[in-house]
Design a protein around this ligand. Sequence first.
Ligand SMILES: [Zn+2]
Length: 226
Amino acid sequence: MEFIYEGRHYPVILERKRVKNINLHIRTDGSIYVSAAPHVAEHVIQAFLEKNAARIAPASDRIREKRRGKVLHDGAVLPWLGQALTLRWAAKPCQTVRNGNVLTVFARTPEEAEYAFTQWRNAECLELFRQLNDETCAAFRQAGYQVPHARIEIKNMVSRWGSCTAQSGRISMNIRLIQYPVGSIRGVFFHEYTHFLHQDHSAAFYAVLRRMYPEYDRYDALLKMT
Ligand SMILES: [Zn+2]
């Protein structure tokens, strides 16, 4: 669901639940959330949104702007593989390039910076995670364990660093891991691969994991869910 205000489209998260009225609030990330009872027709909700558009659209913009400005302004410092990258805006069109600890993106607004950074981050992440996946798989097979070569999915997860669906040979990895040292990301791969052998967190699970990756505990301790 969405509404349009001054030519801009605003996506709306609609939740159906047992509530009396149509309720609207703007979340801390700037997204617009509406709850309504199951029987309330969509056009009624749409009319409600349009009636309130002049109030909610600017409020949502302000929050988004603030968040982006805080995070991806020119000179922002971003955690990257356990180090700090400084973001620089280039006013002329250019490729995103990393030179030592400076990342230069083509951006004149926080939105453009966020777009360029996200594209670059996703590509870097995919390449690194594929490589770690290959290495982890090879290490297990070399040690004599029968494991599948996992298909990996990179996701933004709220409460987990990784997860493993042993039956289908799939591993999900949290994209936010890219902020941490490679050793910590490797630890999550070893953890998830160990789940191909033990689906629980038993002593047997940890025995395999720590044998396969002796630095597991040290690197795992660096991961902090925020
Ligand atoms: Zn686990």
